[in-house]
Write a protein that binds this ligand. Structure first.
Ligand code: KG4
Ligand code: ZN
Length: 334
């Protein structure tokens, strides 16, 4: 029996989870609401909030799992990528526990963990599978051959899909993070009312910065003619923006499936909570006879359960880190 305690602190969620032999026993998340008033995550405030939250969050993860610190077989933490000050808090905490209890330390790449969140549920994809990972900081298509063997075959050249949602929402005057609000208003809107261009990016890469600019001009033109343009058309604008972001993502995923011949397809990351993406993905999957997978909601947005499952596979591989290891804001996925 192997018990892993995992810590995630790469951005604005302080999270801890315990897993036993790959089964999640607890998954605790403290969301930092302080950033809302600033319209985005403020790195220094995130670090300070992690420092405040980490002890109660880890304590709660252990209690919920019904285990003691001395029972833990290895300590896993998010090493990269993320806000460096935020990562340092989780890294230092995990390293101290590893030292104090003389148990192995395991580093986890946050993006690899988002992909492996698909291995938590009972219904798992078989290998090889493709995963579209869409979050506030990343947009990638990953070809996964085994739990620890993955290759990024497409990624964004500028903004991430979550940023495209959040920045579009900000242009409309919606509070941060605007992605879930766009999703909410889009439910009552017409996705074909307004047309936004699809960027012509070769291969499997993405670009969202042009879309953001076209939304900005569109909103400026609309409000120049009618100052209430955004309020009066809010639902249709949200539905149309969401439709375009979702079609950009799914068109590339379809291309990736054609090029690789893989038909086990997953989505992961915070944006996989988007209902338009979930529906579009399910429909496309049905049409193309894919086996489709989306992690349960609590494992889609940032969480430590995904760090724990990745830590578990690394534990099986005896892939342990030295206590001198330090986090990295940017790191390629190995
Ligand atoms: O994976 P995640 O929790 O954190 C990062 O690692 O970035 O993703 C957060 C992103 C934010 O941009 C947020 O607006 C977006 O996911 N998001 C959504 C929805 N829920 C979260 N975007 C669109 N629709 C949603 N329902
Ligand atoms: Zn994430």
């Amino acid at each position: 029996m192997t018990l892993i305690l995992a810590i995630e602190s790469s951005c604005d969620e302080t999270a801890a989870a315990v897993c036993r032999d790959g089964k999640i026993l607890s998954n605790i998340i403290a969301t930092q609401s302080i950033h809302e008033q600033y319209g985005g995550v403020v790195p220094e405030l995130a670090s300070r909030a992690h420092l405040q939250n980490i002890v109660p969050v880890v304590d709660s993860a252990l209690r919920t799992a019904g285990v003691l610190l001395e029972d833990i077989d290895a300590f896993a933490f998010t090493q990269a990528p993320g806000l460096i000050g935020a990562l340092l808090v989780g890294a230092q905490f995990a390293k101290s526990l590893s030292l104090a209890f003389d148990k192995p330390l395991i580093t986890v790449h946050h993006m690899q963990a988002h992909v492996l969140a698909n291995l938590i549920a009972e219904k798992k994809p078989s290998f090889p599978f493709l995963c579209l990972t869409v979050s506030g900081g990343h947009t990638q298509i990953v070809l996964c051959q085994s739990p620890l063997q993955m290759k990024v075959i497409g990624e964004t050249l500028d903004d991430a899909a979550g940023e495209a949602f959040d920045k579009s929402a900000k242009l409309m005057g919606l509070p941060y993070p605007g992605g879930p609000l766009i999703d909410k208003y889009a439910k009552d809107g017409d996705p074909f009312k307004f047309k936004f261009p699809e960027p012509q990016i070769p291969g499997l890469n993405f670009s969202f910065s042009g879309l953001k600019t076209s939304i900005l001009y569109f909103l400026q033109q609309g409000t120049a003619k009618n100052p209430n343009f955004i309020e009066e058309n809010r639902d249709d604008i949200c539905a149309s923006v969401q439709h375009r972001i979702v079609t950009i993502l799914l068109n590339k995923l379809k291309k990736a499936a054609e090029e690789t011949g893989v038909n086990n397809i997953c989505i992961a990351g915070g944006v996989s909570a988007n209902s338009g993406l979930r529906e579009g993905f399910a429909e496309l999957g049905k049409q193309l006879l894919w086996k489709t997978f989306i992690p349960p909601f609590e494992y889609c947005t940032d969480n430590a359960a995904m760090i724990a499952i990745t830590g578990y596979y690394k534990y099986l591989n005896k892939d342990f880190a030295d206590l001198s290891v330090s986090p990295s804001a940017r790191a390629v996925m190995k």
